[in-house]
Design a protein. Structure first.
Length: 244
C-alpha cells in the first residue's frame, strides 16, 4: 500500500500509531480409524452358516463405518509471519502479509490481473516497511525498481532516525483501471485509509487522510512487473462511496 510521508511526496497512502494485534494459526487433525470387530457367537439351535471358502465376509444389514480424512476449511497448517513493532509504549504484534488483495475492475484482462497482483505484492512489502520491518527483510527489492526503490529505502531510514511509527486496521484497495502499453503499465487505485495514524514515538499521533487515489507505474522486466514510480491524485471524487 502507499502512504505519503511528511517529507516524501511519492510515498504513503496510509499511516498510524494506534495498536493492532493480529495473529493466526492452523492445526491438522488425524484421520479417524475403524477398529476391527469380532463376530459374535451364538448358543441357539439355529444352524450356523458355513464360512465362505473364498474368504469373503458374510453380508451384514448395516454398512461398514466409513473413515474420513476431511479437514475443515478453517484449518490452515501454514504459520502466519508476525512482527513486533518498535517504538510503541505497549507491545503490538502485526501480521506480515505476502500480498494485499486489490479488487480489480470487472472487465480486467488476464494481463491486467497480473499487473494488479504484482502491485499487491509491492503494497505488502510497503506495509511491512511501515510496520517497522527492516528494509532488507521487507522484500521490497523483489517488487520495486528505481526511482521508487531508492525512495522507499530512504523513507525506511528516516523512520529509524525519527523513531516513526504507523498503525491502523487492514486497508481495502480497489483498482479503478489498469492500462498497459508494451512493457509499461499504469493503474489507478483507491485506498481506504480510515483509522490510520502516524507520528514519532512519544508524540501525539496525527490522523492520516481517509482516502487516497494512487497512480503507480510498473515496468515489465525479466518476466515480472516491478513498481518504478508512485504518484497521487488530489481529486478523490472517484473513490467516494466505494468503501461504504
Amino acid at each position: 500500500m502507499n502512504l505519503r510521508a511528511p517529507t516524501i511526496t511519492h510515498l504513503l497512502a496510509f499511516t498510524a500509531i494506534t495498536a493492532l494485534a493480529v495473529a493466526a494459526c492452523g492445526s491438522d487433525t488425524e484421520p479417524a480409524t475403524v477398529a476391527p470387530t469380532t463376530p459374535a457367537t451364538t448358543t441357539s439351535n439355529t444352524l450356523t452358516p458355513e464360512p465362505d471358502p473364498t474368504g469373503n465376509p458374510e453380508p451384514t444389514d448395516e454398512p461398514p463405518e466409513e473413515t474420513t480424512n476431511d479437514v475443515s476449511s478453517d484449518d490452515d497448517p501454514t504459520p502466519v509471519a508476525t512482527f513486533t513493532q518498535p517504538y510503541l509504549p505497549q507491545e503490538n504484534v502485526v501480521e506480515l502479509r505476502d500480498v494485499i488483495p486489490i479488487t480489480p475492475p470487472d472487465d480486467a484482462t488476464d494481463e491486467e490481473l497480473d499487473v494488479i497482483e504484482a502491485l499487491g505484492h509491492y503494497e505488502a512489502a510497503w506495509e511491512q516497511l511501515l510496520w517497522g520491518v527492516p528494509f532488507e527483510d521487507s522484500g521490497m527489492q523483489q517488487h520495486a525498481i528505481d526511482p521508487n526503490l531508492t525512495t522507499t529505502r530512504e523513507y525506511a531510514e528516516q523512520m529509524i532516525d525519527e523513531e516513526l511509527v504507523h498503525s491502523g486496521p487492514p486497508v481495502d484497495e480497489i483498482a479503478l483501471s489498469v492500462e498497459i502499453d508494451g512493457g509499461t503499465a499504469t493503474a489507478a487505485v483507491c485506498i481506504d485509509n480510515r483509522g490510520w495514524f502516524y507520528g514519532p514515538a512519544g508524540v501525539p499521533p496525527t490522523a492520516d487522510d481517509p482516502f487516497y487515489l494512487t497512480t503507480p507505474t510498473l515496468q515489465h522486466l525479466d518476466g515480472r512487473w516491478m513498481v518504478s514510480n508512485v504518484s497521487y491524485n488530489d481529486d478523490l471524487a472517484p473513490c467516494e462511496g466505494l468503501f461504504e
